[in-house]
Design a binder for this molecule. Structure first.
Ligand code: UT7
Length: 344
């Protein structure tokens, strides 16, 4: 039996650069409230959202990813041809194949690059980042492009009081590569499939197409599939369970809240962020990402977009130590401590 060789491993991985793409169209609360019998004040106080971006036709999962990736590559000073793998997290790609990651790799001019998509809801970016760090450390890839991207507006029922004002569109990307010191702590992650009903697409496409066939010629159209959320159940889970996930990520990285410069949680609801800040007793010196105010909840894109925003605002700087935590559909979660990267 031949001895099977092992890839040459490397000790440490880090985020080398970051970029984001925000769709052009700003949608204020005022544009949404009438169809859900709500108000700007209710949305601001219950979620922290004042406006969000919804993509237009030309702002696709691929085009937004490519734009964010170009900035991340520029920030890292890495040419696209030096990327060995693309790991793309999304839950709103409207085709089952090819993977968006493979198309993005091609659009960026990469050839023969490993590429795949990750479906882990709003935890998707942190799942992808954990995988990317593992690929780099294990020697399976030297540089990995990690993307979180969503076009959730495609899945929104405009009359749904729980989802219509929360979810939004955008993309964030980072380049992960080898480093002299550790820049991505071990991931603390998990999932609870008994709670799938808490956030899900309400109807599968097979059912929808059967309904379309049945309705043919009747003059009626079936409702298309939409994303649905039991907001209160997810809120409860987030504010009771996620402290443990955050502490798990801190413990695995061997740091405490006093070592943190920034906290970048998934931008689900500013009240969830507030609850986590309190539960973790974060010192006042820790900058807290509040990108939700003008970006909404962009699921798998929210953490890289919020990281980019907190860096661009100057509230945190490259080299700072940050705790990330993503959570949502699954229900799934993932968190890790990272060193913040440079902007382009
Ligand atoms: O990204 C994936 C993870 N997602 C999350 O983490 C989201 C978690 N959940 C949430 O953020 C919150 O549950 C929501 C923002 C979605 C909803 O806020 P809530 O405080 O949980 O609202 P609720 O469903 O408990 O409803 C409270 C009240 C009710 O009125 P009464 O019964 O107290 O009179 C609702 O009828 O608010 C009312 N309400 C609304 N009012 C105006 C519910 N939705 C709306 C609305 N506008 N859109």
């Amino acid at each position: 039996m031949p001895a099977i060789a092992t890839a040459a491993t490397t000790s440490h991985a880090a985020i080398l650069g970051i970029g984001a793409y925000r769709p052009r169209r700003v949608v204020p609360n005022a544009e949404i409230v009438d169809l859900i019998d709500s108000s700007d004040e209710w949305i601001r106080t219950r979620s922290g959202i004042t406006s969000r971006r919804w993509a237009q036709d030309d702002e696709t999962i691929v085009s937004m990813s490519v734009a964010a990736a170009r900035d991340a590559l520029a920030a890292a000073g890495i040419d696209a041809e030096r990327i060995d793998a693309v790991v793309l997290a999304t839950s709103s790609q409207m085709v089952l194949g090819p993977s968006a990651g493979a198309v993005v790799a091609s659009e960026l001019g990469m050839h023969d690059t490993a590429a795949f998509d990750v479906s882990a809801g709003c935890a998707g970016f942190c799942y992808a980042l954990g995988n990317a760090a593992g690929l780099v450390r294990s020697g399976q890839a030297r540089h990995v492009l990690v993307i979180g991207v969503e076009r959730l507006s495609d899945l929104l029922d405009p009359t749904d009081r729980t989802c219509a004002f929360i979810f939004a569109d955008g993309a964030g990307a980072v380049v992960v590569g080898p480093s002299d010191t550790e820049g991505i702590g071990p991931v603390a992650w998990g999932s609870d499939g008994t709670q799938t009903a808490a956030i899900k697409q309400d109807k599968d496409f097979k059912t929808f197409f059967a309904e379309v066939a049945e309705a043919a010629g009747s003059g009626t159209a079936p409702e298309r599939p939409y994303i649905r959320m039991n907001g209160a159940a997810v809120f409860r889970w987030a504010v009771t369970f996620l402290e443990k996930a955050c502490r798990g990520a801190l413990d695995k990285a061997g740091v405490t809240v006093d070592d943190l410069d920034a906290f970048v949680p998934h931008q689900a609801n500013s009240r969830i962020t507030d609850a986590l800040v309190r539960a973790l007793s974060l010192p006042d010196s820790v900058a807290v990402a509040r990108d939700i105010a003008e970006t909404g909840n962009t699921s798998a894109a929210s953490i890289p977009m919020a990281m980019e925003q907190i860096l661009r605002s100057g509230a945190a700087k490259p080299g700072d130590t940050a705790l990330l935590v993503g959570f949502g559909a699954g229900l799934a979660y993932a968190g890790q401590v990272v060193t913040l990267p440079p902007l382009p």
